[in-house]
Design a binder for this molecule. Structure first.
Ligand code: IMP
Ligand code: MG
Length: 177
């Protein structure tokens, strides 16, 4: 059990469980993108740890770039997505895999998808560590999913609660008070 600000969280996925699934995703992506011009686009801040571990499992040549988006405040999505650091890589003709820590409403991924369209990507797919299918309202369903989870709020492994908890190596779930 851990405490962040005013809330208590219980372990939900251990570091070993997370890393095992990250390895599987890496193997799958390396197989699917063999021979293709591949660029990963990691969405900051939340996906930094997942992106780092996932990229170590990619056995084919690839590029990595970062975009920064923000839609959350506390434990609730604000429903609007802001672009804080834009797409500055040359992605024309390249196969893009968006890396997300979690797809919740799906609005962040939809926004990036629409931005990528005008940049001329050859294809765009989404790889997310966590997916909340019951909260999903978006158009672009994730193509690679580490763990489908319930609607409960989670932290750790890059995910935050008011910017705290990103450094934790396991994933924790909010304890109902
Ligand atoms: P979406 O646009 O609603 O899909 O939200 C995506 C972003 O909201 C993610 O990249 C996370 O940064 C954040 N988010 C969604 N659910 C959680 C959660 O349970 N814990 C922490 N952050 C979350
Ligand atoms: Mg995020």
């Amino acid at each position: 059990m851990i405490r962040l600000n005013d809330r208590t969280f219980d372990v939900f996925l251990s570091e070993e469980e997370v890393l095992q699934q990250v390895r599987h995703l890496g193997v799958q992506l390396s197989r699917d993108y063999e021979g293709k011009e591949l660029i990963f686009l990691a969405i900051l801040n939340g996906s930094f740890m997942f992106a780092s571990d996932l990229l170590k499992q990619i056995s084919i040549p690839c590029e990595i770039s970062f975009v920064k988006m923000s839609s959350y405040s506390g434990t609730n999505s604000r429903g609007e997505v802001n672009e804080l650091l834009g797409i500055n890589s040359d992605i024309r003709g390249k196969h893009v895999v968006i890396i997300e820590d979690i797809v919740d409403s799906g609005l962040t991924v939809d926004k990036i998808h629409s931005l990528l369209g005008v940049h001329g990507a050859a294809s765009v797919k989404v790889c997310t560590l966590l997916f909340k299918p019951d909260a999903f309202l978006g158009k672009c369903k994730p193509d690679y999913i580490g763990f489908p989870i319930s609607n409960a709020f989670v932290v750790g492994y890059g995910l935050d609660y008011n910017e705290k908890g990103r450094n934790l190596s396991a994933i924790y779930q909010l304890k109902e008070s």
